[in-house]
Design a protein around this ligand. Structure first.
Ligand code: ZN
Length: 289
């Protein structure tokens, strides 16, 4: 357990110092940015500690339970959505492969390969990297910042990774270096509005009550930042990216509540767009300027 810092923490998304405690869960505290609405852990866990936890514990930590095959099957709709979003914006004859950063058990790489898109993965989990290599995918066992070179990739895709980062600026800078000019960064992740909406509703507005898990979105220490759309616009803009597409994230299949949510979002999104509160996740396409 870490104690909350005494100093105001600037928002990792929009850099505003205006924040209020949103709630605590499992000994960790989330702050709510009063300007962009993003939720972030305070304090941010130390990157080295988290990297060690990912390498040694994450694949068994229960954050993502089930066999690799079951996990990939439940997330197939997400992987297809990412593939669709990438294909919709990829320049014709894109130079270079696509990197799946945080490739996990390899389901998204399978999807990209099935579409004929050259691809490779990177992951910090030793078990996941070994499993995905055994499926025939090249996998780097490294953080994005540690990958060398410039302009290596036509695209970088991240499925449920962004919310895990500890230094979002460094990751975006690494992505910009590794992408070709005009290259795409496609990211699917849980976002702030859904967690804020249910985090308040389930506690009847009493922010001092412990935070519920809320569809797995409030999962410390793994989920460091649940960004808002406006927060991502600010952050991406500071690091040389434009958001060229914003879509509701497909909801994983596997239980009736998820199915209901998936279909409800197809009705609500056309009405309210990014103000619709029932999308646990969104899919963003960023283009390197
Ligand atoms: Zn903010």
């Amino acid at each position: 357990m870490q104690s909350p810092s005494d100093m105001p923490v600037p928002c990792a998304a929009c850099e505003s110092p205006r924040a209020r405690p949103f709630g605590a869960r499992r000994g960790w505290r989330y702050l709510e940015c009063l300007d962009c609405g993003s939720l972030q852990l305070d304090p941010m866990p130390d990157a080295e500690t988290l990297a060690r936890a990912y390498r040694d514990e994450y694949s068994r930590a229960g954050h993502y339970a089930g066999t690799p095959e079951a996990r990939n099957a439940a997330a197939r709709r997400v992987f297809q959505g990412i593939g669709d979003a990438y294909a919709a914006h990829a320049p014709a004859g894109a130079a270079g492969p696509v990197l799946d950063y945080g490739c996990g058990w390899g389901g998204l790489l399978d999807e990209l390969r099935a579409r004929g898109i050259p691809c490779e993965g990177a992951d910090l989990s030793r078990d996941m990297a070994a499993h995905t290599r055994a499926q025939g995918h090249p996998v780097h066992e490294a953080a994005l910042e540690a990958l060398e070179g410039e302009g290596r990739y036509a695209g970088i895709v991240m499925a449920a990774v962004f919310e895990h980062l500890t230094d979002h600026a460094a990751t975006l800078e690494a992505a910009r270096r590794l992408l070709v000019p005009g290259g795409l960064l496609v990211t699917f992740m849980p976002t702030a509005r859904f967690a804020r909406f249910f985090g308040k509703l389930f506690r009847l507005g009493l922010l001092r009550l412990p935070l519920p898990e809320i569809h797995g979105t409030l999962a410390p220490p793994w989920h460091t930042l649940l960004i808002s759309a406006s927060g991502l616009r600010a952050l991406a803009g500071r690091h040389g990216f434009d958001i060229v597409d914003l879509r509701p994230g497909p909801v994983q299949s596997g239980n009736p509540a998820n199915e209901a949510l998936h279909h409800l979002n197809r009705l609500g999104w056309p009405l309210l767009g990014e103000r619709w509160p029932l999308c646990p996740c969104h899919l963003f396409v960023l283009r390197k300027r």
